[in-house]
Design a protein around this ligand. Structure first.
Ligand code: AMP
Ligand code: GLY
Length: 423
C-alpha cells in the first residue's frame, strides 16, 4: 500500500511512525512533512492547504490511503475533495469536521443531545456580549468560535479583562474570522483528560487516555501553547470515569452527529474536565491531539492502518483495539520565547542517539534540513517520548533523554507528569 500523510508536526511524525509499522504499507509520502519524517517517508513540498496539488499528487502516485492529521485541511474540506476523486481518506468530511471547526456548533450539539458540558451563551455582537458579561459570574471563559491554533480561549477573572477579551476577539479580530462569533461559558475546575477515539460513523472505540500541559511555564504558569508535554495513561481516568463517559458522552456524540446528517469518520478527541459534578466536555477536536498522539500511538498494539481502514469501511465493530499495559511521557523541547516570539535556524545535536532505541522516540515538530544539517524551525521543535513500566519510570526516562539533545535556546517544562505523584 501507498499512504500519504498530510501535515508537518510531531503528531504527523507519530502517525507516520505508526503507519510505517503497519503490515501492509510499502511506501509513505508526507506533505509537507519535516526532517524527522523524511527518515522513513518521502516528503513532498506541498502545503497542507494546497488542496488541488494534494489531490493531483495522490492521483498521480495512485495512493491507496490518505491520512489528514491537521485541523485546518479537515475543516476546509480536503477529505471531500479526495473522496470525490475516489481516493480513500481517513478523517472526517467537512460537514463533520465542524465538530472542531465551530465551538458554537459543538456547544449547541451538546445542549441539544444532553451531553455534559459547561453552561454557555453564544454571541455575534460585541455589545450584546458585554451586556451579558455585566451580569455574569467570574472567572468566565471566552472562546473564539473558529480555529485559532488552540489559542482562542481566554479565561477572564474580571469584567475589565473580559471586555478586553471581547474587543480583541470580536472587534480587533485577533484570530480573524474565527472571532465573528464567540462562546461565553462557565468556568469549570478539575483535572483535564484527553481521550482520543476511532470512529466509523456508527461505532466508537476509545484509545488509552492522556493528559496535556497547555501552559508554557512550570506550575501551569504563562501563556497557553499548543501543548508542552503529555503523559499516558492518566491515573485520574478511572474505571468509574470511563463508565460515565461511555454512557453519557462518547456514543452520544457519535449518534448526535449521525442524527444531524453529519456522519463522523476519523478521530474524535474528547477534551474532558473531571469536575465535582462529573466529567464534562471542554472541547472536541476532529483529529489526533498534538502532543497526545506522541504518547498514545507508541503504546498502540493494533495495526494503525488496519484500524483506519475499518473506520473508512464502517467495520470498526470488528476491530479489537489494543494498547500496551505500560506508560509513556512526552516532553516538548521548544525554542525559548514560544509561544510569542523565538529564533529559528539553530543546529540540533544528538538526534542520532534515538536511532535503534526500543522505548525512546524523538518526534520532530519544528525542524528543517539546511545544508545537510537539521535545524530548529518552529516554536515546538521536538517531542521526546519515552516508555516505562509505569508513569514514574516513563517520566524519568523521558527527562533523561531530553539531555541527549542540544540546541541553542532549548526550552522545556520540568514538571510534565508531576500530577502523577498526586495520583
Ligand atoms: P479548549 O481549546 O476549549 O480546550 O480550551 C483550552 C484550555 O482552556 C482547556 O484545555 C482548559 O484548560 C481551558 N478551558 C477551556 N474551557 C474552560 C472552562 N469552561 N473552564 C475552565 N477552563 C477551560
Ligand atoms: N494537545 C491539544 C490539541 O491537540 O489540541
Amino acid at each position: 500500500m501507498k499512504v500519504l500523510i498530510v501535515g508537518s508536526g510531531g503528531r504527523e511524525h507519530a502517525i507516520a511512525a505508526g503507519v510505517a509499522k503497519s503490515r501492509n504499507v510499502d511506501e509513505i509520502y508526507c506533505a509537507p512533512g519535516n526532517a524527522g519524517i523524511a527518515e522513513f517517508a518521502k516528503c513532498v513540498e506541498i502545503g497542507a492547504m494546497e488542496f488541488d496539488k494534494l489531490v493531483s499528487f495522490a492521483k498521480e502516485k495512485q495512493v491507496d490511503l490518505v491520512v489528514v492529521g491537521m485541523d485546518d485541511p479537515l475543516v476546509g474540506g480536503l477529505v471531500d475533495l479526495l473522496e470525490a476523486e475516489g481516493i480513500r481518506t481517513f478523517g472526517p468530511r467537512k460537514n463533520a469536521a465542524i465538530l472542531e471547526g465551530s465551538k458554537a456548533f459543538s456547544k449547541n450539539l451538546m445542549k441539544k443531545y444532553h451531553i455534559p458540558t459547561a453552561a454557555y451563551e453564544t454571541f455575534s455582537d460585541a455589545e450584546e456580549a458585554i451586556a451579558y458579561l455585566k451580569t455574569a459570574k467570574f472567572p468566565i471563559v471566552l472562546k473564539a468560535d473558529g480555529l485559532a491554533l488552540g489559542k482562542g480561549v481566554l479565561i477572564c477573572n474580571t469584567l475589565e479583562e473580559a471586555k478586553e477579551g471581547v474587543k480583541s476577539l470580536m472587534l480587533d479580530k485577533k484570530f480573524g474570522s474565527a472571532g465573528n462569533e464567540i462562546v461565553i461559558e462557565e468556568f469549570m475546575t478539575g483535572r483535564e483528560v484527553s481521550v482520543l477515539s476511532f470512529v466509523d460513523g456508527k461505532t466508537i472505540k476509545t484509545m488509552t487516555s492522556a493528559q496535556d500541559h497547555k501552559r508554557a511555564g512550570d506550575g501551569d504558569t504563562g501563556l497557553n501553547t499548543g501543548g508542552m508535554g503529555t503523559f499516558s495513561p492518566s491515573p485520574f481516568y478511572t474505571k468509574e470515569v470511563e463508565a460515565f463517559c461511555n454512557q453519557h458522552i462518547y456514543q452520544a456524540t457519535v449518534d448526535a452527529m449521525r442524527q444531524e446528517g453529519r456522519e463522523f469518520k476519523g478521530v474524535i478527541f474528547f477534551g474532558l474536565m473531571l469536575t465535582e459534578e462529573g466529567p464534562k466536555v471542554l472541547e472536541y477536536n476532529a483529529r489526533f491531539g498534538d502532543p497526545e498522539a506522541q504518547v498514545v500511538l507508541p503504546r498502540m498494539k493494533s495495526d494503525l492502518v488496519e484500524v483506519m481502514e475499518a473506520c473508512i469501511d464502517g467495520t470498526l465493530d470488528q476491530v479489537d483495539l489494543q494498547f500496551e499495559e505500560n506508560a509513556a511521557v512526552c516532553v516538548v523541547l521548544a525554542s525559548d520565547g514560544y509561544p510569542v516570539s523565538y529564533e529559528k535556524g539553530y543546529p540540533i545535536q544528538g538526534l542520532e542517539k534515538f536511532k535503534d532505541q526500543e522505548s525512546y522516540y524523538c518526534f520532530h515538530a519544528g525542524t528543517a534540513l539546511k545544508n545537510g544539517q537539521i535545524v530548529t524551525s518552529g516554536g515546538r521543535v521536538l517531542g521526546i517520548t519515552a516508555k516505562g513500566k509505569d508513569l514514574k519510570e516513563a517520566r524519568a526516562n523521558a527527562y533523561a533523554a531530553t539531555d541527549w539533545i542540544q540546541f541553542e535556546n532549548k526550552y522545556m517544562r520540568h514538571d510534565i507528569g508531576k500530577a502523577i505523584d498526586e495520583a
